[in-house]
Design a protein around this ligand. Sequence first.
Ligand code: GDP
Length: 441
Amino acid sequence: MIFEGLSEKLQNAFDKLKGKGKLSEDDVKAALREVKLALLEADVNYKVVKGFISKIEERAVGHEVLDSLTPAQQVIKIVNEELTDLMGGTQSKISFASNPPTVIMMAGLQGAGKTTTVGKLAKQLKNQGKNPLLVAGDIYRPAAIKQLQVLGDRLDQPVFSMGDKQSPVDIAKAAINNAESNGHDVVIIDTAGRLHIDEELMDELKQIKSEVIPHEILLVVDAMTGQDAVNVAEEFDDALGVDGVVLTKLDGDARGGAALSISSVTGKPIKFVGTGEKLDNLEPFHPDRMSSRILGMGDVLSLIEKAEEQMDEERAKELEQKLREKKFTLEDFLDQLEQVRNMGPLDEILGMIPGAGKQLKNLNMDEKQLDYIEAIINSMTIEERRNPEIINGSRRRRIAAGSGTSVQQVNRLLKQFKQTKKMMDQLGDAQKGMAGKLKGK
Ligand code: GDP
């Protein structure tokens, strides 16, 4: 799970505070020491950590917090606000040109995920009703052009390529002409990367920048490289000047150091995060939601948005109704499994449900288990799926035999379903709460 280690340590530190009724200055300082350690272990830039902790300390040891009725909650609230601030404060979107086409130029080292991100971004823009042209400007990496063409085919969006004999500047210019004559309102230019930053690479990128004048330069960096990603971002920004960062491979980054330091070190916002290899795995970056996820408070808004992306409106309404009425059955569970599988890695999805982080460990669900679950539910009668309470010992044996699993596995599924239903009910409550708040406004 994203930020799993950090998230757990921070929550432990705050659990200790919550256990105490009244807090002293020393209690808060002790908790903040733990927070500091957790951040350093997460590979967050040292200077960033120092500044962050001192800001919180300044706000948290005053009387207003310590004398309040819920001091621990106040401290968590401050940490949440500062964490949000650290990651850029508010969401930063792509700025579109008033006079299309909007030209987006991607930059980054080789292997950071540029080409993949071009495809993901194109998909997202297409879903928003735009008509992007993908431009194969990485003429050095042998497979890059083909890779982009495969992505374009999958998206059913054209890819502009002139092979690998023309200069990237000429390709970019020709691509923009092509976009203008073919009604493309966005042009996304893939560019070459190198294994390390060198002058030649920067010169080429600078040349594209000065000749094409892109509206948006997005720097793609690999979150798994931690502080290296931060250094790379700093160097690119100094040399080229970038408008925003796409942080890829966050799904493989249990620590989170890059995500937490990059915008504070470079002053440039993270605009998107990559959370997997699939074309759907690109999320707009919301500092507040990410902070809330890190602090174990879930991210219901992103979860609902993801669900909405996957489902048609009719099904979304049906599910919402079921969540509200707490009528979630094994049939829905099976139906949702397929959809959840399309939404991204399972642990990440469940991590968005408030309070689910810890329960998740007990669930011990992984992708392979999903196959068993499908087989088991498929071996149940409709009645059993709607009323799992009737599944007694002999039914369990029949289901296990029918699905090629064991009675223990059937038992486990029924237990998991019960827990999931509990989480779904919580989600329903959260939704109701939100709807109430919206109405109250
Ligand atoms: P480029 O050299 O910068 O164009 O990098 P690629 O787009 O070819 O990506 C390099 C590798 O990273 C590929 O295997 C991608 O599938 C993988 N990748 C890119 N983004 C992500 C991500 O967000 N998560 C994961 N897990 N893999 C990613």
